[in-house]
Design a protein around this ligand. Sequence first.
Ligand SMILES: [Zn+2]
Length: 98
Amino acid sequence: MQDHTAGFLCNICGLENPGPVESFDREVANCSGCGSSGRWRSLIYMLSQELFGATLTLKEFPVLKSIRGLGMSDEAVRLLRQIEGESSPPPPDPSQKS
Ligand SMILES: [Zn+2]
């Protein structure tokens, strides 16, 4: 059972969200800083564990040019830009066909 009186540290924006938390349902956007849901924070947690073997917030991810990712969505492209230090080009416009 989850402790809804405890707060949490958002591993996406780094904001400490004080408790109580109304719901930890995975689709509830309960970070007051970035509006992320538990599902998105879980994804970042798993990436952190798999890539670096540690629990890091997104802002703590090191810039590693040797690691590249391809996104399935704008959120993934934003993560890639964060990892690459904002140097990658913006995501392609899906309305523009080449
Ligand atoms: Zn957040």
